[in-house]
Design a protein around this ligand. Sequence first.
Ligand code: C2O
Ligand code: CU
Ligand code: CU
Length: 500
Amino acid sequence: TVLAGAGVLGLGIAGFAARPILWPRSGTDTQALKIPPLLDPRASGGSASLRVQTGTTEFYPGRFSETLGYNGSYLGPTIRVRRGDSVQVNVKNELAETTTVHWHGLLVPGPLDGGPHQPISPGQTWRPLLPIDQPAATLMYHSHVHGLTAEQVYRGLAGVFIIQDDEEQRLGLPNDYGVDDLPLVLQDRQFEDGLLVMPNGMMTLMQGRRGDIVLVNGTPNPVAQVPPRLVRLRMVNASNARVYDLSFEDKRAFHWIATEGGLLERPVQLQSIRLAPGQRAELLVDFSDRSPVGLLTTADSNSRIMGMMPMMQDFGRDRVAGGAFIRFEPGAAASGAASVPKLLIAQERVQPSAAIRRRRLVLNMGMGGMMGGGMMEEQMSGDTRTEAGPMAAPFSINGRPFDMRRIDESVTLGNTEIWEVSGEMMAHPLHIHGVHFEVLSRAGRKPDVLDQGLRDTVLVREPAELLVKFSKASQGYPFMYHCHILEHEDNGMMGQFSVE
Ligand code: C2O
Ligand code: CU
Ligand code: CU
């Protein structure tokens, strides 16, 4: 049954074998952190052009990997826009396969969203006019073509999208792109003999694709030169599946200032922060003591699948090679005063009492579909509401695997609702398009300190209540909600809703 189930999905069982780490890391083979070029439509007549292309990337000296990128061989430029602007984007697909470009976190009507319903065929150009109508924030863009999202993102199709506004500019936060305002795109990748490889197999499907090398902006083992003052780090988790628990080697405290939805009301002092796939966080870090320091992540406990026998887990997948995956080296220039604002912005909050309806989403991960049912299924999804039988797809939401022709939920434009979401067998980063939401509770308790602010992606296992206001219309092109472990998404853990 294992092989039969795997065969249906076109997978081998290679994932059961431990994967040796062939590329040695010396600890001295550091590289300067790459900074994605800035693409500012204000400097080019209000428009921005992206060419989706294939290329070769020299991650390690003399080793050329085949990759994908926007206007380059891997990743894409940082698109930076201002609230109130309308940005004409031209996306030309120069690949031999279909792609899409989804603006993750951007609040725009359905036809502009760039999800599975806006495919760009090879040779075609997609020209959305994006009205920028939300507060300053760090967003991302990435491929979202159904069934190929995981592969296209893994190979390089992702980038950073920054929104600025007047209120944020007035706060005097570090703002000099590439100098004291750094985008840090985190992606774990697997390399063999210095070449990027794409792990496949059943464990890869179950856990999501993971690697033991964390690239930052496509750079392995990077060193960032920073000024000896307060620096703003825009952390973007563009990994397929890895959850990062980030902290500095010297345990220094930093300030967390923004979530996916933008600035918090006030900075929150932390020593570590968790970032699930699809999530972003802006941090202020003080480098005025001029001591070099590395940023670490602990092993990803979310690569262990609940109830699965230990010998079936590929234990290499939870860890990252070496210690710190990026080092910061403060320069010797005169230090500026490091001052963190006491207050950031006042948020327009939605009251929970405004919610007029409650919906429930269970992110199903059934061993039934993988293994042919039986004892394991009972053991692993005692709480499942899966309607389908043991041969059902391994991933679904409320028992229904994704179907582009089916609208799963219909929402009324302008309404506020509570969505109660939970996930089976492991934690799943649920992302909802076209909205920002607040986490009201987790497992019936008050949410964690790290849950605060406006979010578009939340890591869920036990039931969490989300307060969601629907302010953008789908206009005939439904919005998605899905697990941001891209292998889960591609294989059915996604649904769609209309807002009319
Ligand atoms: Cu970042 Cu629907 O995706
Ligand atoms: Cu999105
Ligand atoms: Cu998932």
